[in-house]
Design a protein around this ligand. Structure first.
Ligand SMILES: Nc1ncnc2c1ncn2[C@@H]1O[C@H](COP(=O)(O)OP(=O)(O)OP(=O)(O)O)[C@@H](O)[C@H]1O
Length: 255
């Protein structure tokens, strides 16, 4: 169970204040909001990678606030691809990246896996996101952005943590692949608490229990039909929200 109590996230000043949520069963929660709203900051705070300005995060009753070591026993985070810079690159193959990550996660959970089990977990996770054997030996950094995104999701799947945080998991994936990865995330959410940030909620909508909308210091978290409405979206996106009869469009950067 995840419990967030009076949480204010941010850096020198709060981005979002007084977040209170309880998630006590597996589900998918989509996290939306304009650029700079605080979506990544929220996920990193849940993962203990950032200290909140105020408040606490509990997982299964354990206070993991600002403590990546403790949170890492329950949480895995797949980061946003665009946040990777050349300077952060280190030599590692696709297989090694998922294998090392999986081994580490299992160690943190105190679960011993044999070499054969580890191999099967890695193989199955990579296959589930459409990364075939021909790419397993390739450098992670020589993949396309979308392929790399899939490998990061595979690593999160292979870690088998009860809470999975996916930062813009569909952002670099091609349209056909997005359906495939959305289905993978959907099935993951049957057994895990999954938070996925996104700018376009449609692809994951059928799997989504709640939409959390962040921005301008505040948030709402409700069932999708109560959030994806013109009056609610306008409070966060302003005039970028255009309503048609049964269609809402939030203007973005497409040319
Ligand atoms: N390490 C940091 N130190 C100071 N400010 C930061 C840091 N990381 C992010 N910020 C700022 O916090 C704000 C929220 O950033 P965040 O990455 O959480 O936004 P986001 O909602 O995920 O945006 P996007 O949709 O662009 O990915 C931004 O104004 C950003 O500049």
């Amino acid at each position: 169970m995840l419990q967030v109590v009076n949480l204010s996230i941010g850096f020198d000043k709060p981005l979002i204040e007084d977040i209170n949520i309880v998630v006590n069963k597996p589900m998918l929660i989509q996290v939306m909001g304009p650029n700079g709203a605080g979506k990544t900051t929220f996920l990193k705070t849940l993962a203990g990678l950032l200290k909140p300005i105020k408040g606490s995060v509990y997982i299964n009753g354990v206070d993991v606030t600002g403590d990546a070591e403790k949170a890492g026993r329950f949480v895995t985070l797949s980061p946003q691809m665009v946040l990777f810079k050349q300077s952060e690159v280190f030599p590692i193959s696709v297989w090694e990246f998922v294998e090392f990550g999986t081994e580490l996660c299992h160690k943190k959970k105190g679960v011993v896996v044999s070499k054969d089990e580890l191999r099967n977990i890695v193989k199955s996770a990579l296959s589930s996101v459409g990364i075939g054997g021909e790419l397993w030996g390739k450098s992670l950094w020589k993949l396309s952005g979308g392929q790399r995104q899939r490998v990061f999701i595979a690593r999160a799947i292979a870690c088998d943590m009860p809470i999975v945080l996916l930062d813009e998991p569909l952002s670099s994936i091609d349209p056909e692949g997005r359906v495939e990865i959305a289905n993978v995330i959907g099935s993951l959410s049957k057994t895990k608490i999954v938070f996925a940030t996104c700018h376009d909620p449609e692809m994951l909508l059928k799997y989504t229990s709640f939409v959390m909308l962040l921005g301008k210091g505040k948030y709402v978290m409700e069932k999708p039909e109560n959030v994806l409405r013109g009056d609610v979206l306008r409070k966060f996106y302003g005039d970028a929200v255009i309503e048609f009869v049964d269609h809402i469009h939030v203007c973005d950067y497409h040319i």
